[in-house]
Ligand binder design. Sequence first.
Ligand SMILES: [Zn+2]
Length: 282
Amino acid sequence: MSAPTAPTLAEVVDLLHGWYPPDTADSWDAVGLVAGDPADVVRRVLFAVDPSPEVALEAVEWGADLLVTHHPLFLSGVHGVAATTPKGRTLHTLLTGGCALLGAHTNADQAVAGVSESLGLALGLGDLAPIVAAPGSDATGTGRVGTVAPTTLRAFAEHVAAVLPATAHGVRVSGDPDRPVRRVAVCGGAGDFLLDGLVGSDVDVYLTSDLRHHRAGEFREHDGPALVDVAHWAAEWTWLPVVRDRLADAMGDRVEARVSTRCTDPWSFRVDRPPVERSTTP
Ligand SMILES: [Zn+2]
């Protein structure tokens, strides 16, 4: 029995770009192949959220030929990639270790089996549809809305905390804990840009990341959906097993695909105020 023929980098890139077309990315975004020779052979692919120096090292130490990340390494103009900066260090580690780098960012957000859909599926939402459908499509688009079996806001938040990978950020909730929850909207990444469209909708709770005081507070003044704020890394990580399985299904044993479980959320730990001793004056 002969060993399966490993694909070229070009073949793997074509496959990923077929699922997550680069021309569906936002105009400000930078997606696609960042480093690597399309003619090289790819035997191992590592999927991660962030192209941090530590993730690059993990990829090379495992012997990956391709690192696929959700976040871009470069988004603005660069005038050098010396290993004296963190981004330069990432690139040097990958290139000297023979590992290519590909980014799938906003093109992966909107797609079927993309980031927001993966987040919805990880949370067990049924009947998923985009919050804002892409023109001419009812399957792709921004965010996802779906249904869960009737529950309460507190129970839903506990479910979210149990299902997503653990982070120091945890799960923050705005709303009455006993509020009934049935319709759930989600958006991977920083989803405050969808808040205005969800005011007055039939959604019971909106889950996203990076919500801030004023936008969250003003949204809640409308007495509309409750809010659940989760770690940006944790929400987007849910896409990685989905795309890994997709690649494994398409390539069989021609490639070995793995998901990085290294938490690259920037928040390391949190401290709560110690409980204040109540004075017990009779
Ligand atoms: Zn993100």
